[in-house]
Design a binder for this molecule. Structure first.
Ligand code: ADP
Ligand code: MG
Length: 542
């Protein structure tokens, strides 16, 4: 009819569809995981919007229904969730919002075959996996709170259609026209097995229609509510992969129950690898807040931004189920949970830091993020100092501030650091000459954030932290290792001449004991920014 609009997919979508359909063939059962996960997300969103906005409440017994129909050769996944408007159908199912095809295909090429399925979820392209098993997909959706329904349909070949439709209630039906070689996905038992394997931890009921009846397909117990002794490592890993859209193993799993003043259960994971795509500019923790098992929101910022790599769930008894957005912002309960959860993560890191090799794996992934806390978190700055690791002018590998202090020379008053762009280049800097000659170790700091936190931390074990490019470094009390005295060359005639010649470029010219072979070095005033900070600000156009 003439009300049907035809739209072309974005160029990216076309290529991506091809990639998903052809490279993941042997894992194609995961289409069901992706569609059920989307349905469960939609139900969660509706529940939350019903609390906070004018959206009708979820019906009682809300469930995600899976309906295979052998005669029609269709598989339908129906949910009573938030639904999509016409514009949302076009935006969510017609373009790729989150990431480029190139990044996806590159990761796909690099991943081990067994790891590929999870990339689909990680790159936010789960919906398109439907075309692995279907040669036509129809989505009928009614946005919660809206009167009209819309139908999206596509054969996955370059275009899709949008047309007005009917749907009695809010929510979404995804109808898959199953390919001839994918009929196994019309068998209730086969579907059941897939749900058990991939979606058992989803807490909304999932049913599979069989002989006209909806049979429960998932266990639906929240894993974190079970006693630790009953949870296998595989179950933990499965939940971790689901939450983080990743396929590795967690580096740390923290699962505990707090009772007494606060009553909550937390299950947190520190990932074993960096996420492929770091969402630019996003600094908020995405740890999920549940109240009595029910998912409420992943925007409660249960951990500070410098712990945003931690994934997981906090489930509390201390908030009412109908908690509103305003309440989430105002309640002191969350502030207390936040504090308790943060210090628990810090103490876990402290314990794990005792094993240097193991801790290095964590540090290389997330050390840079952790250091942001030194700059911005007054409350935890002192706790973070022992967790830091550095490259150094004196030792191979990583070293801590505590180890540095044990190697300090007699007469050495400060912990010295040199900041710059790359630790290899820093190791060759002439700024280090005088320190090397005296066997004085310098920490080499090459992350952007390193330009800023040392002045905030100020001290470690009473020792001031000093940038060696700042004026006031005095090495005269430390003996040179080869025994040669510092040449007290008479510069009294040269210095005024240099000062005069450089009067527009340098605020001062002084003799220094920082150099051995080089004749001159740039230094920053003692009370100003150090050299690297000045360069960063220049680059930022200030
Ligand atoms: P992701 O779930 O990672 O965002 P998908 O490709 O799986 O990526 O889904 C794309 C988007 O389509 C979702 O973010 C969501 O906005 C929308 N969507 C998909 N399925 C549903 C559904 N059943 N109900 C409501 N919205 C949905
Ligand atoms: Mg999805």
């Amino acid at each position: 009819t003439e009300t049907v609009e035809r739209h072309e997919f974005g160029a990216e979508v076309g290529r991506l569809l091809d990639l998903v359909v052809h490279s993941l063939y042997s894992d194609r059962e995961i289409f069901l995981r992706e569609l059920v996960a989307n349905a469960a997300d939609a139900v969660d969103r509706r529940r939350f919007e019903a609390l906070t906005q004018a959206v009708p409440a979820l019906p009682e017994n809300a469930a995600v229904r899976i309906i295979p129909d052998k005669a029609a050769r269709t598989l339908t996944i129906a949910d009573p969730g938030i639904g999509m408007t016409k514009d949302e159908l076009a935006a969510n199912l017609g373009t790729i919002a989150r990431s480029g095809t190139r990044a996806f295909s590159q990761s796909l090429a690099e991943a081990k075959p067994g790891d590929r399925p999870s990339l689909i979820g990680q790159f936010g392209v789960g919906f398109y996996s439907a075309f692995m098993v279907a040669d036509r997909v129809e989505v009928t959706s009614r946005r919660s709170g809206s009167e009209e329904a819309w139908a999206w349909a596509s054969e996955g070949q370059g275009s899709y259609t949008l047309a007005p439709a009917e749907r009695a209630e809010d929510g979404t039906d995804i109808v898959l026209h199953i390919k001839a070689d994918a009929e196994e996905f019309l068998e209730p038992l086969r579907l059941q097995t897939i749900i058990r394997k991939w979606a058992d931890h989803i807490t909304i009921p999932i049913t599979i229609a069989r002989d006209g009846k909806d049979e429960p397909a998932n266990d639906g117990t929240a894993l974190w509510r079970k006693p630790k002794s009953e949870i296998s490592e595989e179950s933990y890993t499965e939940l971790y992969r689901h939450l983080g859209h990743v396929f590795d193993k967690p580096w740390a799993t923290l699962h505990w129950r707090a009772e007494g003043a606060l009553d909550f259960t937390a299950l947190l994971f520190v990932p074993g690898m960096k996420p492929f795509q770091v969402v630019e500019g996003e600094r908020e923790s995405r740890v999920r807040l549940h109240v009595r098992r029910m998912f409420i929101t992943d925007q409660a910022e249960l951990l500070p931004p410098w712990l945003r790599f931690v994934q997981g769930v906090v489930d509390t008894e201390d908030l009412p189920l109908n908690v509103s957005r305003e309440m989430l912002q105002a309640t002191p309960v969350l502030a207390r949970i936040r504090r308790a959860v943060t210090s628990r993560v810090i103490s876990e890191l402290k314990t794990r830091a005792k094993d240097a090799e193991d801790y290095a794996k964590f540090w290389e992934n997330f050390g840079t993020t952790l250091k942001e806390g030194l700059w911005e978190d007054t409350e935890h700055r002192k706790d973070l100092a022992p967790l830091l690791r550095f490259r150094s002018s004196a030792v191979e590998g990583w070293t801590s501030l505590a180890d540095y202090v044990t190697r300090m020379k007699e007469g050495q008053e400060a912990i010295y650091v040199l900041t710059g762009d790359a630790s290899e280049a820093l190791a060759k800097s002439p700024q280090l000459e005088g320190f090397r000659a005296r066997g004085v170790e310098v920490l080499l700091l090459s992350d952007q954030i390193d330009a800023f936190w040392p002045e905030r931390l100020e001290r470690f074990e009473e020792k001031p932290i000093r940038s060696i490019t700042q004026g006031a470094v005095d090495l005269s009390k430390i003996a040179r290792q080869d025994g040669t005295p510092d040449e007290a060359a008479d510069l009294s005639r040269l210095l005024p001449l240099l000062k005069d010649a450089l009067k527009d470029q340098a605020s001062d010219v002084r003799a220094t004991d920082r150099l051995v072979d080089s004749a001159v070095v740039l230094a920053a005033p003692a009370d100003g920014l150090d050299l690297h900070q000045q360069r960063l600000l220049q680059r930022a156009g200030r």
